[in-house]
Write a protein that binds this ligand. Structure first.
Ligand code: HEC
Ligand code: HEC
Length: 413
């Protein structure tokens, strides 16, 4: 009898150990993975609280081409609401005369990341907006010129004053407003996945539920796409294959070389790199070659093509790629004396039915498409002859502070 009891306890303990190990750890990534969870409120920096007026101002600025070099493209030209708040080419369009060098990311839910870009090299939405407006193959704007354009737009003078108390618009506050628009209007919480995880068992279809079980089990996506955002924000090389554009198009090679040069790679690599080195550009450590930040999969249905270079056009292609255990690129095949491919990816042996279930899960968790309707950006107006205005006239066009300053400075009446 005693022997029997002992055996039972031993068996129970063994099962417990085995059970705990399942789906929680994988080779090469010995951490515990947070489970899928409903998305909470978007984090807000203490010095840039969200208000409805600030969201409205940020929306106008997001759609306003005044924040670029030649006033021909706005944030929304590349982050187009009709293209998943992203851009549907493999490699994003660029400033006129250039192409970008990476696939355009959606700005939906970008407020939840601790580090932005495929390379994770921007730390806040405010800093990111500034970089985007200025970057040579993005906005290519000159700060003083963009600032002057805002100052010569009566509606902005009025809105910046109301929202920030600016006597005349300040560029730093333009970035704050844009970041607030992204946090306040482009965070998506109430998706079928969120509702399912909160207990509404019919929010996902039976096929998608099966997909979720695969996602967190056999297919092991949860190893990296985990937690409420479906991203661990760590860096991996999956062996995403090379972008054909970089082999075939001169204009793409120009941007690629320029970025390599601007990011300060050694001469040897400047001449020989053919793939995007990702995190390496930040750290300059060989073990980081070709690694990219795990992206969120929320809103994924609307943001094809996929991966940092848009290598895949459909979710089916993405699943096939993972099913094969990832791929090869010049940072996995020994070209540079390293193989940085993550050991986590292994052939999955998924059936066609399982693949379809995974796709159904990814599509359903994407929720509704976010639209903000038509946005009409405000026009310039010639700078009025302030001195000849009455206080009431100046106030109507948002210039009475200017009048006060002039009076203060020069003693004018
Ligand atoms: C010429 C096209 C272009 C323009 C204009 C542009 N972007 Fe982007 N944006 C991109 C591309 C491409 C990426 C990915 C770049 C990378 O990872 O290196 C990106 C990435 C981002 C990200 C990071 C998302 C994430 O998941 O990490 C945010 C946020 C963003 N852009 C916001 C903006 C804002 C705000 C503006 C306007 C001030 C803007 N962008 C203008 C093309 C553009
Ligand atoms: C080892 C970590 C890891 C695992 C496991 C993993 N992913 Fe990913 N996933 C990433 C990274 C990193 C990227 C970006 C890679 C790049 O662009 O080079 C990515 C990209 C994606 C994308 C494209 C996102 C976009 O915005 O373009 C999809 C879709 C995706 N993964 C789905 C899945 C699914 C489904 C699974 C399970 C079958 C899975 N992932 C398993 C790390 C992982």
């Amino acid at each position: 009898m005693k022997k029997w009891l002992f055996l039972c306890i031993l068996l129970g303990g063994l099962l417990l150990i085995l059970g705990a190990g399942q789906g929680v750890r994988a080779e090469g990534d010995p951490d515990i993975d947070p489970p899928l969870a409903p998305l909470g409120p978007v984090p807000v920096p203490p010095d840039n609280p969200i208000t409805p007026e600030k969201i409205e101002l940020g929306k106008l600025l997001f759609f306003d081409p005044k924040l670029s070099g030649d006033t021909s493209l706005s944030c929304a030209s590349c982050h187009d609401p009709a293209q998943g708040w992203a851009f549907a080419d493999s490699i994003c369009r660029g400033y006129p005369g250039t192409v970008h060098w990476r696939n355009c990311q959606t700005v939906v839910n970008s407020g939840y990341y601790g580090k932005l870009f495929w390379q994770g090299n921007s730390k806040s939405l405010e800093a990111q907006a500034r970089t985007a407006a200025k970057g040579g193959v993005a906005g290519n704007g000159e700060f003083d010129v963009m600032l002057e354009r805002l100052r010569q737009t009566p509606k902005y003078r009025e809105m910046f004053r109301r929202v920030f108390g600016d006597i005349v618009p300040q560029l730093g506050n333009a970035w704050r407003a844009i970041a607030t628009f992204e946090r306040g209007a482009l965070s998506q919480r109430n998706t079928p996945l969120d509702r399912y995880l909160q207990g509404e068992k019919t929010a996902l279809s039976p096929q998608a539920i099966k997909g979720m079980e695969l996602f967190t089990g056999k297919a092991n996506c949860i190893e990296c796409h985990n937690g409420p955002l479906l991203s661990d924000e760590k860096y991996y090389n999956l062996g995403v294959p090379r972008a054909v554009e970089w082999e075939e198009e001169g204009i793409n090679q120009i941007t690629f070389r320029f970025e390599n040069y601007a990011k300060g790679v050694p001469e040897e690599f400047y001449r020989t790199f053919k793939d995007d080195a990702g995190l390496y550009y930040t750290t300059k450590r060989k073990e980081d070659l070709g690694k990219f930040r795990t992206p969120s999969l929320r809103y994924i249905k609307y943001t094809a093509p996929y991966m940092h270079n848009g290598a895949f056009f459909t979710l089916e292609e993405v699943i096939d790629f993972y099913d094969q255990g990832g791929g090869e690129n010049e940072f996995t095949d020994g070209t540079h004396g390293v193989n940085t491919k993550t050991p986590i990816l292994k052939p999955l042996h998924l059936t066609d039915e399982e693949k379809a279930a995974l796709v159904a899960f990814l599509e359903e968790l994407s929720g509704e498409e976010i639209s903000v309707g038509e946005v009409v950006v405000p026009n310039y107006a010639p700078f009025p002859d302030v001195e000849s205005l009455t206080q009431a006239q100046a106030k109507r066009i948002g210039l009475e502070d200017f009048l006060t300053i002039r009076q203060g400075l020069f003693g004018m009446r």
